[in-house]
Design a protein around this ligand. Structure first.
Ligand SMILES: Cc1cc2nc3c(=O)[nH]c(=O)nc-3n(C[C@H](O)[C@H](O)[C@H](O)COP(=O)(O)OP(=O)(O)OC[C@H]3O[C@@H](n4cnc5c(N)ncnc54)[C@H](O)[C@@H]3O)c2cc1C
Length: 434
């Protein structure tokens, strides 16, 4: 290919192109006055007469962008350009081998779990799986206890020998009854009492969110299950597994269709006016798309401190949480997740930060209200589809993003079929008129 982009078909390599320096034959940038609609929103540009350009411009090569690229290319035979400003595909689920040959997740541990067979069936076209049940321990009062709270957590923390039948009564006797449940503190304290709340939730939440649980929506703690049995798996979903060769290999397989081209190290704004495209799929932050016209949507970020250790093992389970001690929230040892056999091991500590890459939308009512203003602006743009966790300002797990992208594809497919039918009808009418 000699068009300034290299096809990724059949290779594991993805090209990086400095968008600003990109020149494509026959494509001069259009004058600024023609470029943008109201509010500097990018507008589609007409495909070239020779069929050049792209049907779809996809911003972001994470799960949302990659699923849609694969579906649109393979099912509708559309020409797709995927652009990501990072130097790799996979978004936050990207994994790579470090200098010691250990498979790590640079953006923090990603464990695949879902109850959706549709999502598993879809992803299984691109990867084999390694069964994996994630386990988490919390370091509290000098011992490691299972998380989510279960029978063993309570027995170990309080030196008790309760049975599963007695645990609910224990919780009831410690719970503080609330007439209304509004905050995360209310959720936990009204279920298990203040002491367990202080030992396991309060400190962790304050570190993670920079806010007291009393200031956070009930939805944050509602994600945390509490068990009365001895099940110590972190997730209870039907399907729990890791891509056998890692996430990046899976993404490579998804993006290997000959109709898909990938440009890395490229902010879409640098190329959006240079390349002809008909429809945009946007998976970046929704407030950034609209130039923060209503203000910034707050996010919590993380700093990841990765280390390689010259020892085969570091900790007994995939992740250890530190609710009350240290500045970090948790430590993950990747070999538990990946199943890799190696004489050394790799770990990561996570330090919550107020600034940095947008990772966790801050779940407060006023932030949702701000998001809804952006969503209303997005709904007016027929030529852009907003998909993924940043465009939805929701903490979605990977499977939820895949499901959302598959649903978006079905809607785009209906529109595509409709346009095809109208065009076919037009040509019949033209022929009849002639
Ligand atoms: C620390 C952490 C741990 C997690 N662990 C799990 C887990 O164990 N299990 C689970 O199911 N989920 C987990 N998740 C959630 C998971 O990361 C997301 O569900 C998933 O990555 C979302 O995919 P996405 O495509 O919506 O977004 P992303 O993966 O964020 O992809 C969006 C892409 O858009 C690109 N982009 C943004 N703006 C632009 C622009 N202007 N130009 C070009 N490109 C742009 C970004 O560079 C990014 O690559 C975790 C998330 C975090 C933060």
């Amino acid at each position: 290919m000699d068009d300034g982009l290299r096809s990724n078909a059949g290779t594991a390599q993805f090209d990086s192109a400095a968008g600003a320096g990109l020149t494509l034959r026959g494509l001069a940038p259009r004058p600024a006055a023609l470029r943008d609609g109201p509010g500097n929103v990018p507008r589609p540009t007409r495909r070239q007469a020779d069929g050049g350009g792209f049907d779809m411009l996809i911003v972001g090569a994470g799960f949302a962008g990659s699923v849609l690229a694969e579906r649109l290319a393979s099912q509708l035979d559309l020409r797709v350009l995927v652009v990501d400003k990072r130097p790799h595909i996979g978004g936050n689920a990207f994994d790579r081998y470090n200098d010691d040959g250990l498979l790590i997740h640079p953006y923090g541990p990603h464990i695949f779990h879902t109850n959706s067979s549709e999502v598993v069936d879809y992803l299984s076209k691109f990867t084999r799986w390694r069964p994996y049940q994630h386990r988490v321990l919390a370091s509290v009062d000098g011992q490691l206890v299972p998380i989510p709270i279960n029978l063993d957590t309570v027995n170990r923390l309080y030196g008790l020998t309760l049975s599963a039948f007695e645990l609910d009564a224990f919780f009831d006797s410690h719970a503080e009854k609330k007439s209304t449940i509004e905050t995360s503190e209310d959720v936990v304290v009204s279920r298990v009492g203040r002491d367990l709340y202080n030992k396991l939730f309060r400190g962790y939440t304050r570190k993670q969110w920079g806010l007291d649980p009393a200031e956070l929506d009930a939805s944050v703690a509602a994600r945390v299950p509490i068990r009365t049995n001895r099940d110590d798996r972190y997730f209870a979903d039907t399907h729990q597994a890791m891509p056998a060769a890692g996430y990046t290999r899976m993404f490579e397989a998804m993006l290997s269709h000959p109709n898909i081209k990938v440009m890395l190290n490229t902010d879409y704004r640098d190329i959006v006016h240079l390349l002809p495209w008909s429809h945009m799929i946007y998976t970046g932050p929704i407030d950034a798309f609209f130039d923060y016209r209503y203000g910034r949507l707050p996010y919590r970020s993380l700093e990841f401190a990765h280390e390689s250790l010259s020892q085969p093992h570091y900790q007994p389970v995939g992740t250890v949480n530190y609710p009350n001690d240290y500045a970090y929230t948790r430590c993950t040892e990747f070999k538990h997740l990946t199943g890799q056999q190696h004489p050394h091991t790799a770990i990561v500590h996570e330090y919550p930060r107020a600034d940095g890459d947008p990772y966790y939308p801050v779940p407060r009512a006023e932030n949702q209200a701000l998001f809804r203003r952006y969503q209303a602006a997005a709904d007016l743009l027929a030529h852009v589809t907003f998909v993924g966790r940043l465009a939805s300002y929701r903490y979605y797990n990977m499977d939820q993003v895949v499901a959302q992208a598959l649903a978006a594809f079905k809607r785009l497919q209906v529109a595509h079929d409709l346009i095809g039918a109208v065009r076919a009808a037009d040509s019949v009418l033209d022929t009849t008129a002639a």
